[in-house]
Design a protein around this ligand. Structure first.
Ligand SMILES: NC(=O)c1ccc[n+]([C@@H]2O[C@H](COP(=O)([O-])OP(=O)(O)OC[C@H]3O[C@@H](n4cnc5c(N)ncnc54)[C@H](O)[C@@H]3O)[C@@H](O)[C@H]2O)c1
Length: 323
């Protein structure tokens, strides 16, 4: 059997091999992630392991025709997979929704603190030979206001951490039914961001959340907040964020994810002293990555053995068909 790995960000695929080779599987890495390359490569695949490659409807259809049994996503978000097309083709999609909640929440706080405490600009200044307290630029964290956009698993883990710093949290998430969170509920995005000192994004990428931070929403922010995005790059219009940072409407910008990854080498956010870009590493710790590789490969193994999936994205494909 052939398991097509469309792309990955790991040192090697030994974990996957140790789980899948005993089942008689060969792991094959796709020659590239262009649609045509994937359509071609998936033509004889029994299963797919997918990191960031775009799995469009034509790729899904070619996979289904080849008798592929599962598209296993390495990760939490599955916005790069046309799940609707997969469901139409009866093709199972799985994901690993909870392997790095602590890591991403820790990363969001690390970015927030590096800008709120002025650590990043101060360290850059020291590197340039300066040695001066950055007067007027650092405010007390206790009682400051953090707006969270999205209060799912990672958002909640951020609330827990922010409370340890005595930061007041307001959260906007219209899809939470029962509000039991230790955070004020904002009914609108505008209410959440208007008086925020920090804003941290934790929603999936959807048509509704694409560019949720743009010139228009930045205009609602009155306190020149620090913006942190560890969710998905296209949530933030990076040019609007760069312009707002340059003219002081944002106090800092920290992005672990960018609209295009990697971002253009000449993008102004790569150079501004109050901007931090990290290379989509929020998920990463040695332990989280090991768990991710193992659990994604186990989903493939289960599908190939005809067993029910652990974490299906589209469980409806498993329902017995009405005759
Ligand atoms: N940087 C990284 O390495 C990394 C790693 C893992 C996950 N992520 C990303 O983090 C994000 C959050 O992950 P999670 O595990 O907390 O997901 P989750 O599904 O548990 O939570 C997402 C929350 O967003 C809310 N939401 C959806 N649409 C919204 C909207 N329009 N406005 C406000 N809230 C909305 C949902 O109701 C839900 O509560 C995802 O985008 C995921 O892809 C990034």
């Amino acid at each position: 059997m052939k398991v097509l790995v469309t792309d990955h960000v790991f040192e090697d695929l030994e974990r996957e091999r140790s789980i899948l080779e005993p089942l008689g599987c060969e792991l094959v890495l796709a020659p590239g992630t262009e649609e045509a390359q994937l359509v071609d490569a998936v033509g004889d695949a029994d299963a797919m392991l997918v990191c960031y490659a775009k799995i469009t409807a034509p790729v899904v259809e070619a996979a289904a025709q080849a008798g592929c049994r599962v598209i296993s996503r390495y990760g939490i978000g599955y916005d790069n997979i046309d799940v609707r097309a997969a469901t139409t083709s009866g093709l199972l999609v799985t994901y690993v929704p909870d392997y790095c909640i602590d890591e991403v929440a820790d990363h969001a706080l690390a970015l927030l603190l590096a800008l709120a405490r002025g650590v990043h600009p101060a360290a850059l200044a020291v590197r340039e030979g300066e040695w001066a307290v950055p007067h007027g630029t650092v405010h007390r964290l206790r009682g400051a206001r953090l707006a969270l956009i999205g209060a799912g698993a990672i958002g909640r883990a951020v609330i827990e951490r922010a409370r340890a710093f005595a930061i007041d949290v307001v959260a906007f998430d219209p899809y939470v039914d029962e509000w039991t969170l230790e955070a004020e509920r904002a009914e609108t995005l505008a209410n959440a961001v208007a008086e925020a000192d920090f804003i941290s994004l934790h929603t999936p990428l959807t048509d509704e959340t694409r560019h949720i931070i743009d010139a228009e929403s930045i205009a609602l922010m009155r306190r020149a907040p620090v913006l942190v995005n560890t969710a998905r790059g296209p949530l933030v219009d990076m040019d609007a964020a760069a312009a707002a940072l340059a003219d002081g409407r944002l106090g800092g910008v920290a992005l672990d994810v960018t609209e295009v990854e990697p971002p253009p080498p000449d993008h102004p956010l790569r150079r501004h002293s109050r901007a931090i870009l990290t290379p989509h590493m929020g998920f990463y710790s040695v332990e989280a990555q090991a768990e991710l590789q193992r659990r994604a490969a186990e989903e493939v193994a289960r599908a190939l053995r005809g067993e029910p999936p652990g974490r299906p994205v589209n469980p409806e494909v498993l329902a017995p068909k009405a005759s």
